[in-house]
Design a protein around this ligand. Structure first.
Ligand code: ATP
Ligand code: MG
Length: 161
């Protein structure tokens, strides 16, 4: 049976990227990844690993005024940042439904600003600050598509609890 939960402690930005890479290697088309965590938690860092795992060769940190970026890999990666939205409805105006209906993977930073609008099958990844270099990552898959994304995570990445 596919696993639905994974958690571990990352001890460096590289380790967080490695976790993202493992997810990127396993995700299937239509996967929604919700990233939740405070400023500087590591949401973008994890997304960079995800892009890498999808085979994206060029990835630049988005300028703050761009809310959605698209990257080409094994699947398209749409990277969205909801930090600046005031109302969940604004996420729709960014074309959220178009991305969800595409064959790509949608990764959303600050997804907790609009949780009510997302479909049920999603991979929620919470990143908690533990110290300057340590983060606790907790991932929960809520359906068959998102569960597939966790299948690439070996128990040995991070300190699995
Ligand atoms: N274990 C770790 N995992 C992830 N990032 C780490 C870790 N340890 C240190 N860092 C540092 O924390 C910062 C994380 O920044 P990042 O831009 O990924 O955060 P973010 O959650 O996207 O923030 P924002 O809400 O501003 O978009 C980076 O400078 C990274 O080097
Ligand atoms: Mg970020």
């Amino acid at each position: 049976m596919a696993k639905h939960e994974w958690s571990g402690v990352s001890r460096s930005a590289d380790e967080t990227k490695e976790i993202g890479r493992a997810i990127g290697g396993a995700v299937e088309a239509g996967t929604l990844v919700l990233l939740i965590g405070q400023l500087g938690a590591g949401k973008t860092t994890l997304t960079q690993g995800l892009a890498d795992g999808l085979g994206v060769t060029a990835y630049t940190k988005s300028p703050s005024f761009v809310l959605v970026n698209e990257y080409q890999g094994r699947l398209s990666l749409f990277h969205m940042d909801l930090y600046r939205i005031d109302d969940p409805a604004e996420a729709w105006e960014l074309g959220l439904d178009d991305y969800l209906g595409s064959d790509g993977v949608l990764a959303v930073e600050w997804a907790d600003r609009a949780t009510s609008i997302f479909p049920d099958d999603r991979l929620e990844i919470r990143i908690e600050y533990l110290s300057d270099s340590e983060r606790r990552l907790s991932a929960t898959a809520s359906g068959p598509v998102s569960a597939q994304a966790l299948s690439g995570l070996p128990e040995g990445v991070g300190a699995t609890e």
